[in-house]
Design a protein around this ligand. Structure first.
Ligand SMILES: Cc1ncc(COP(=O)(O)O)c(C=O)c1O
Length: 325
């Protein structure tokens, strides 16, 4: 018996469809208690703030978030007895507000985008609330280094992964998991996936896109760019088509960033099987150098990816309507 719902954090690694002669496997993060990978950093950031004496009984948490981080913090706050305020743009769907309120969080709506939400959260910090700051907080990648990474090592059944291919928001997932995998498998490629229309990591100016959770439009401080072997870009429409295919053909319901990551992971696996270069783009940050031998794999290549959340969180966007009938 677990003492808290937070102790149930963890997820399966599942083989999904890949090319003949290769394997693609995905971490199904919707199986976490709050329904996404963000339960891990939320819980770890709360614990780190407690350990540092920055968060005490009676304190109130605040976070600007329009998505899974807000839910993860609401879950951790409820489980640990803190109040939480999530500041979100008023344009986000009503079901998100309802979900946060269901966990007892206060939802404060702001006009404008996530930048406006960040400014309002900063005002609330000045009034005494505690902000966890997922883009800078080392406990975010730390959570994936301590939990997601070791879970994957246990779930590999003795196989050696050739690449981790996954989307980037704060960079917590790819940095934490990538660091842990590299320690055990020094040759594993770590490849970032970003939106085609907002491809800052591979050198474009920030753009507008409707991807939820990945492609923040800047290089997050929590993304360890030295760890990366390159970047792949995925178009939103292609990612959404992949979400519908995964649901229909594999019985796995996921959101846009997971669809994008899966598409990129399958492309890499296909290239490895065919002995072709996987087409990683260089990381457009000062001092980045490609690693020798990146983009190559042994026989029966294994490519890992992450599915952050469930497609149920995207129903009202119409993402799955084309599968209807
Ligand atoms: C749906 C979704 N996909 C991808 C990500 C990216 O994860 P990370 O912030 O660890 O880079 C997030 C993070 O919030 C997310 O909610």
């Amino acid at each position: 018996m677990d003492d808290s719902v937070l102790e149930t954090i963890g997820s399966p690694l599942v083989r999904v469809s890949g090319p003949d002669g290769g394997t693609v496997a995905a971490k199904l993060e919707s199986r976490n208690p709050g329904g996404s990978a963000k339960d891990r950093p939320a819980s770890a950031m709360v614990a780190a703030a407690e350990d540092a004496g920055e968060l005490e009984p009676g304190d109130e948490l605040v976070e600007p978030s329009s998505g899974n981080t807000g839910v993860g913090i609401a879950v951790a706050a409820a489980a640990k007895g803190y109040d939480a305020t999530i500041v979100m743009p008023a344009s986000k769907s009503p079901e998100r507000r309802r979900l946060l309120r269901a966990y007892g969080a206060t939802v404060e709506l702001v006009d404008g985008d996530i930048t406006a939400a960040r400014e309002r959260a900063d005002e609330l910090v000045a009034q005494g609330m505690v902000q966890l700051s997922q883009f800078d907080n080392p406990a975010n990648p730390g959570a994936h280094y301590e939990t997601t990474g070791p879970e994957i090592l246990d779930q590999l059944d003795g196989r050696t992964p050739d690449a981790l291919v996954c989307g980037v928001g704060t960079g917590g997932t790819i940095t934490g998991v990538g660091r842990r995998l590299r320690e055990t498998f020094p040759d594993v490629d770590v490849v970032a996936v970003e939106p085609e229309a907002n491809a800052v990591l591979s050198g474009d100016d920030p753009g507008e896109d409707a991807f939820q959770g990945m492609g923040p439009g800047f290089v997050s401080p929590n993304l360890d760019t030295d760890l990366l072997d390159g970047v792949l870009r995925v178009d939103l429409a292609d990612a959404e088509t992949e979400c519908r295919r995964l649901a229909r053909e594999e019985g796995i319901l996921v959101g846009q960033s997971s669809g994008a990551s899966n598409l990129a992971a399958r492309r890499v696996a296909r290239a490895f099987v065919d002995g072709e270069p996987p087409g990683y783009r260089p990381v457009a940050v000062d001092g980045w150098e490609p690693r020798p031998d990146a983009g190559t794999a042994g026989p029966d290549p294994l490519v890992l990816t992450v599915y952050w959340d469930s497609g149920e969180r995207y129903m009202s966007t119409g993402l799955f309507d084309a599968n209807d009938g």
